[in-house]
Design a protein around this ligand. Sequence first.
Ligand code: PMP
Length: 285
Amino acid sequence: MSIVYLNGTFMPIEDAKISPLDRGFLFGDGIYEVIPSYDGKTVGLEPHMQRMFDGLAAIGIKSTRTLEEWKEIIQTLLAKNGNGNLGVYLQVSRGADVKRYHAYPENVEPTIFAMTTAIKAPVEADASKAKGFSVGTTQDMRWKRCQIKSTALLGNVMHFQEGYEGGNDEILLYNADNILTEASSSNAFIVKDGVVITPVLDNQILPGITRKLILDILEKDGSIPFEVRDITMEEVFNADEVWVTSSSKELAPVTTIDGKTVGNGSVGKVWEAAFKLYTAHKFEY
Ligand code: PMP
């Protein structure tokens, strides 16, 4: 049975109830996080929590839990759910008012919810064994505040569905200038001539924690050069390797884009080297 946390109490998920007037339900008015954990050990807990605090501040929801209180909630939840390969999902919505009205209500307590979801065991950093992802591409039609990890995910959901219906694992998104932004639920990287390249963070992109960790690990290690800059879709199609990254999929190598082969069609050696480093260092964050 799945145990969840709702507004101060741990309970079976069947017992967790929220009001239909909750603004998370009515407006998608909330912030969420997903933190990966393996056998009770989290990856990137503090950067994940910092991003959640930044998101809450950006939309004017007052944090009602400190970092220490969140850590306690997360560790308790993991233990109650058996400490396997679990993603910890956290959501804070603006709470339930007595009416449906767009303006932020005053004196309403945020709704605080946390649960765990099963995530895949980490794959081996071995290019000969890794499964290549296939992705589609489409113009990014989401809103202009993608740096906020809002629970209002319909734009992302519709893009993901477009990829899914095309038989793909993900879909890469590009803006009106044909510049790669990210993917519907992941950040994106390309590799060209041994150099790892990923888009610059701005309002078109979620500042992914996996992305942040990879860049930090690459920088500290120094053996794989990287650049953070605009990437045209032409560069994407001509790349030697393409990766998509997220907390639940870590670094996933892409071998097909719109049905066309990436590079030589097999999972790349730079992915293997970078993923080895990520695997060795991820628990340091
Ligand atoms: N971009 C989008 C749109 C996402 O939904 C996600 C994952 N939630 C990411 C990037 C990757 O972020 P992270 O590495 O923090 O999981």
